[in-house]
Design a protein around this ligand. Structure first.
Ligand SMILES: O=C(O)CCC(=O)C(=O)O
Ligand SMILES: [Fe+2]
Length: 337
């Protein structure tokens, strides 16, 4: 935008309509470059023109709230299994502790967590995924929930295909299908998150977390957040400082995950992010409002070996050994339970 100076830390807005509704080659190139610039800097971008109708997103939030409003015993009819790597179904308050591991070595945790996250979550996979079948509530517990979520899952999968293409164009990959071919099974993950009201003071002091600082494990993540706020990303210039990523209606956030960072030899950044208290507001009480958010995680097909993409070698060559994506992702998931 003329006259607007963005620092590398700011999360820019990119119009994605060239990919969501068949723009010209030139329009696609412009959008892909803007996307890549954001991913090289802050690692996050707000997409406008993404083509997912706002009413559909509002409806998804409404279903999510209806589900979390059910009695605990009902939600526990679709319990998340003990094994953290089987990431499906419902996890109650305090069940999950998001941890951060060293993305370069896969060894151990960077920060061991003292406090569980104050959140409950429900994870949904692709209904075609026979390796990790979905764990649905019985139909009569919330009639209509399952077909709605399945169709939202499919709509987001379509957006993911468009983003794989945009990434290939932006990275100048010789084969624009390269990333698509590594995601043929589309075993993605739709996550419904509810953060109940919690003491603002405790959140600000870090005595409680909504979600602890972490990077996402996969290729990239779409994130819808409600109007409450509280999402923060680590600053590029000072990783100890976290900057707010405010909600912008009608947009979807996209952030780079660990696998894409490795694929691009660190050219694109899988940035640490967390959810704390929303920015102070006039007349705020002692507790925050409840927050709802909906991430949709994109990860490669099992067995995909992630290694430096052509053109990403840079001067120093490939920095990482090839890694099997599943080993990396399962290891990180297990560490959260
Ligand atoms: O609730 C949010 O906005 C962030 C969620 C998140 O970062 C995650 O689930 O990985
Ligand atoms: Fe995340």
């Amino acid at each position: 935008m003329p006259g607007v100076h963005l620092t590398p830390n700011e999360v820019p807005l990119v119009d994605f309509s060239a990919f969501s509704s068949h723009g010209t080659v030139e329009e696609q190139k412009t959008a892909a470059e803007a996307l890549l610039k954001a991913f090289r800097n802050v690692g996050f971008v707000y997409l406008t023109g993404h083509g997912v109708p706002e009413e559909l997103v509002d409806e998804t939030f409404a279903w999510s709230k209806k589900m979390f409003d059910l009695p605990y015993e009902t939600k526990m009819l679709a319990p998340h299994p003990e094994d953290g790597a089987y990431h499906r179904g419902y996890s109650g308050l305090g069940r999950e502790k998001v941890t951060q591991m060293d993305p370069t070595t896969q060894k151990g945790e960077l920060a061991s967590r003292k406090v569980p996250d104050v959140k409950e979550n429900y994870e949904i996979g692709n209904d075609t995924d026979t390796a990790l079948p979905n764990i649905w509530l019985p139909d009569d517990a919330l009639p209509g929930f399952r077909p709605f979520m399945s169709s939202f899952f499919n709509r987001m999968t379509e957006l993911a295909r468009q983003l794989h293409l945009a990434l290939a164009v932006g990275l100048g990959l010789p084969d624009t299908q390269t990333l698509l071919k590594a995601h043929l099974l589309e075993r993605y993950q739709l996550r419904l998150l509810h953060y109940p009201p919690v003491s603002i003071k405790e959140l600000r002091k870090g005595e409680k977390e909504r979600i602890g600082a972490h990077t996402d494990f996969g290729t990239f993540t779409f994130l819808f957040q409600d109007s409450v706020g509280g999402l923060e990303v680590a600053s590029l210039t000072n990783p100890d400082v976290f900057l707010p990523v405010k909600p912008i209606p009608g947009t979807v956030l996209v952030n780079v995950g660990d696998m894409l960072q490795r694929w691009t030899n660190d050219q694109l950044r899988s940035t640490m992010h967390r959810v704390r208290a929303p920015p102070p507001s006039d007349g705020e009480g002692e507790v925050t409002r409840a927050r709802y958010s909906i991430p949709f995680f994109i990860g490669p097909d099992p067995g995909t070996i992630v290694q430096c993409l052509p053109g990403c070698e840079g001067e120093g060559g490939a920095k990482y050994e090839p890694v099997d994506c599943m080993e990396w992702i399962m290891e990180r998931l297990r560490a959260t339970y």
